[in-house]
Write a protein that binds this ligand. Structure first.
Ligand code: AMP
Length: 404
């Protein structure tokens, strides 16, 4: 079922409150806060362009960082208003508060097609879904639009509560795209459907694994997550990162895969080191273990090895749908990024498949490997995409009605 989108509504002359995800990284340079990555701003441009074309009066609202209910100049959205203005080639009025008199005045003063950005929602602790605060936000709007997929897993005033007070609501074009790729495309994937999961913890992704075992033909596991599965198979993993209390859960997933006939592949070889310093991004000289070799005491696995890359690449090449979430190793450290980048390239090379990158670290991995433009879709949600893939209904999506 499809949600109402902004394309379904008459918008001319309407005050449209749009929740966006402008939680961008900032860095102080010469006494000014500078945006170091504007991807999240760019991702909202189609929605903003459409609303401007339609003659809507656009009030954007967002959170930035964790100011914990207090004003903090270092976490102001003012630099975002400036950046957005440059990107759309039109003024973006910056409004010094997101509720109250200043905000209401700004909303009332907007003309058709004009854009304003409200100050950081989290300068008010009531953003954590206080109904009175949600009602204050609602006062600003004739129409509420949620386009903040990255914040949709939180039931906050601006992501969900406000919708109860605004009769007309819709999702934006970014949210629509996220739901199409993470939802519809994976609900009925073209087969073979190959899922690649990595990252630190089994516990973060076990619910996703469990759900995808019902959909996928093949699941490939890398990253530290693989070592908990290795323990479940009775292998030795040295001092590799693992979750001994999740070994049972891992074993059950392996059993389910077998019962369902899902090909479930773990790394067959590993790049190991004795010491790695995450902060300094350095390791003591590492070595590749032979295929099948266990990890000795005192050593830890930090990347998949070349045989695993070959094995996984062959599976990826056969796929018609690919979903990737989580790096294959400690990809932040150059020596341990080989496997992750190889998998990124393998995904990019399969141009016949629908390839979906499910948010978080795999997004920076795919960008760092220079192939981001060769994949079908890159999700903007980290936690939100994982919860969505688990099959949970996200509060920020649930609050928008379905099309009649
Ligand atoms: P996640 O947020 O769960 O996707 O995990 C991403 C993090 O997992 C990254 O910071 C990686 O450095 C880390 N990671 C991946 N493989 C390993 C490994 N073998 N040992 C330790 N950390 C790892």
């Amino acid at each position: 079922m499809a949600k109402i989108t902004i394309r379904d509504l008459p918008l001319r002359g309407k005050r449209v409150l749009v929740r966006v995800d402008y939680n961008v990284p900032l860095q102080e340079k010469e006494g000014r806060q500078t945006i170091t990555n504007d991807t999240r701003i760019r991702e909202t441009l189609p929605t903003i362009a459409y609303l401007r074309e339609q003659g809507a009066r656009i009030l954007l609202c967002a959170h930035l960082g964790r100011p914990k209910g207090k004003r903090d100049a270092a976490q102001s959205l003012a630099p975002v208003a400036e950046a957005l203005s440059k990107l759309i080639g039109a003024p973006v009025q910056f409004v010094d508060d997101c509720v109250g008199e200043v905000a209401e005045k700004a909303a009332a003063g907007l003309k058709d097609g004009e854009v304003a950005l409200l100050e950081n929602l989290r300068f008010h602790s009531e953003e954590k879904n206080d109904p009175a605060f949600a009602a204050q936000l609602a006062k600003l709007a004739d129409v509420y639009v949620n386009d903040a997929f990255g914040a949709a897993h939180r039931a906050h005033a601006s992501t969900a509560g406000v919708a109860e007070h605004v009769p007309v609501k819709a999702i934006g074009l970014l949210m629509e795209k996220e739901l199409k790729f993470l939802g519809d495309e994976l609900e009925n994937p073209k087969k073979p459907f190959v899922v690649i999961l990595g990252g630190a913890k089994v516990s973060d992704k076990i619910a996703v694994i469990d759900r995808l075992l019902d959909k996928a033909d093949t699941i490939l596991i890398g990253g530290a997550m693989a070592y908990t599965f290795a323990l479940a198979q009775g292998r030795k993993i040295g001092k590799s990162l693992s979750e001994p209390d999740k070994v049972d859960v891992a074993r059950k997933a392996l059993e389910k895969a077998q019962a369902k006939g899902v090909t479930f592949l773990l790394p067959v070889d590993t790049f190991v080191t004795e010491q790695f310093d995450f902060k300094a991004k350095s390791i003591t000289p590492g070595k590749y273990l032979a295929p099948g070799e266990d990890i000795a005491d005192g050593w830890e696995g930090v990347d998949i090895g070349p045989e695993t890359v070959k094995l996984f690449t062959a599976e990826v090449a056969k796929a018609k749908t690919i979903l990737w979430n989580g790096p294959m190793g400690v990809f932040e450290v150059k020596e341990c990024a080989v496997g992750t980048f190889a998998i990124a390239r393998a995904i990019a090379e399969n141009s016949g498949a629908t390839s979906i990158i499910g948010g978080g670290d795999s997004v920076s991995a795919i960008k760092k490997s220079g192939v981001a433009d060769k994949v079908t879709f890159i999700s903007t949600g980290g936690g939100a995409s994982l919860e969505f893939l688990e099959g949970k209904e996200l509060p920020g999506v649930a609050c928008i009605p379905e099309k009649a």
